[in-house]
Ligand binder design. Structure first.
Ligand code: AMP
Length: 497
């Protein structure tokens, strides 16, 4: 029977047993104490054990795996062989891959390790060059990594640590077969780390194939984040959304904003409109080249442009400190996406606000969102009075009024009618599920019908040992996050960390 995770009571990073080089980097970042996932995972990973982490972004999970990996690589004190990689991290999207590599550089800033990124959408040449030298840490999206494996640019037979991040998102993007092909090329003796926010059966099977006697660590999802976000709905005609957006972005408290649209074209149009209205903005979505995406993200991170217009998938993995507002220019088709979107603000323990523009056609989407988060979001009716008279805001004729729809027996906690949602809304416990398909824009592989090959090393199913945690970083850090993190290096760049 697999071992259980002990309930670990650790209050300082020193207690975790990490090397001084990493402790100093954490101090440099202003991290005063480990988040729950860090407290539970780091000691296990330092022992070389496999880990099944049920957690999502915003919980501090990147540091939870990056820090012990850096520690173990330093301890081993070897140089990577040419074309070889000592630790491999697989991520579903280019942005997340770049973000993870940036975290390795941040947490390893006092170590001399090489970190590389291999993602689609950019030329193969520079990536081939960095791989040729060998890397301590490679962060890759599966499709592009397979391309390099196919040409012999990279070999995984000396890779001793492998991380699979956002596994459920990988499934959604069709990466499960490529992942199996990658895993088959890894040595049998290795340390495996597997992170997923949810555990659909296909992902549980993959975890079972990959992990050997894993310890499971689970932290509670985003409910705490939603609580801290002041949310507000504006009922508005479709044709007047842009005008109200400009007005909202002009408010003095609105400093750094991500605006979400449903489509790539919509994102472009909104960004153009804002630019024309003297409101600097950039759009980020899957039709943009990797360089354009990175440039826009860097400009946003450094504060050169205050507004980023994004589609759901493009925004995955974007972790920018100090986002004061999220604006849903259009409500998402899938209610869970609302939770992900608004979670872009209130990162790392900060507060944030989310405005949503809701036209008549989107009322049913609003109802689904409110049902999911179990609260009524305060709303203001900004529609033309003549329309208001004919179409009352909460009687759109597609179901019961919202007040009767709170479901699951919970009392309403929102404050309908309040113009500025200033305070925290009621506790809610939304759950994360894989993103829906319509706007997939990532490095998905072309259709591959070859049979999957598992590594066949007899790895067993993970044990369901549940840890504790509220999933909230920086709880004990009154200083809060550093408002500006240094801009990301372009993907694919090798750097000493
Ligand atoms: P992640 O879940 O890895 O996306 O991390 C979310 C955010 O939490 C990032 O902005 C990190 O910089 C921040 N963070 C990670 N660990 C800590 C910590 N121990 N204390 C404070 N902030 C942290």
């Amino acid at each position: 029977m697999p071992a259980r995770a002990e309930s670990i009571i650790v209050t300082t990073f020193q207690d975790l047993g990490l090397v001084e080089t990493v402790l100093r980097a954490f101090q440099h970042e202003g991290y005063t104490s480990p988040t729950p996932i860090q407290a539970q995972s780091i000691p296990i990973l330092l022992q070389g054990r496999d880990l099944l982490g049920i957690a999502q972004t915003g919980t501090g999970k990147t540091a939870a795996f990056a820090a012990p990996i850096i520690h173990r690589l330093l301890e081993e004190n070897q140089r990577p062989l040419p074309k070889h990689v000592r630790a491999l991290v697989l991520a579903p999207t280019r942005e997340l891959a770049a973000q993870i590599a940036e975290s390795f550089r941040t947490y390893g800033r006092f170590a001399k390790l090489s970190v590389g990124v291999v993602v689609g959408g950019v030329s193969l040449g520079p990536q081939r060059e960095q791989l040729a030298r060998g890397l301590d840490v490679l962060v890759a999206t599966p499709g592009r990594l397979l391309d390099h494996m196919g040409t012999g640019s990279v070999k995984l037979d000396a890779t001793k640590i492998v991380v699979l991040d956002e596994a459920d998102h990988m499934l959604d993007l069709g990466f499960v077969v490529p992942i199996r092909r990658i895993i088959a090329k890894l040595p049998k003796v290795r340390q495996n780390l597997f992170f997923s926010a949810t555990m659909p059966s296909e992902i549980a099977t993959l975890a079972g194939e990959m992990l050997r006697d894993p310890v499971q660590v689970k932290v509670t999802p985003v409910a705490t984040t939603v609580e801290r976000i002041a949310q507000h709905i504006f009922h508005i005609e479709t044709s007047r959304k842009r005008e109200i957006l400009l007005e909202l972005l002009g408010r003095p408290e609105v400093k750094r904003t991500i605006v979400f649209t449903r489509t790539k074209r919509g994102a472009d149009r909104v960004a153009q409109y804002l630019e024309a209205g003297n409101q600097p903005a950039a759009a980020i979505h899957g039709n943009k080249s990797q360089n354009q995406r990175q440039k826009a993200l860097d400009a946003f991170k450094t504060g050169r442009i205050p507004t980023l217009v994004a589609t759901d998938i493009a925004a995955r993995g974007i972790d920018v400190d100090g986002v004061t507002h999220v604006v849903n220019f259009e409500l998402p088709d899938v209610p869970e996406s609302y939770v992900h979107r608004i979670g872009r603000t209130a990162r790392a323990g900060a507060d944030g606000a989310a405005f949503s523009l809701c036209d008549h056609e989107e009322r049913h989407l609003l109802r689904q969102i409110e049902k999911l988060i179990r609260l009524t979001i305060p709303a203001t009716d900004r529609r033309d009075p003549s329309i208001r008279a004919t179409q009352p805001a909460d009687a759109p004729g597609r179901g019961k009024p919202r007040q009767q729809q709170q479901g699951r027996g919970r009392p309403q906690q929102g404050r309908p009618g309040q113009v500025q949602a200033a305070g925290a809304a009621a506790p809610a416990q939304p759950s994360r599920r894989p993103q829906p398909g319509p706007h997939r824009q990532d490095d998905r592989p072309k259709q591959d019908n070859r049979p999957a090959r598992a590594n066949g090393n007899g790895h067993n199913q993970p044990q369901q040992t549940q840890g504790k945690g509220n999933g909230e970083p920086r709880r004990n850090n009154p200083a809060g996050p550093r408002p500006d993190r240094r801009p990301q290096r372009p993907a694919g760049q090798r750097a000493g960390v």
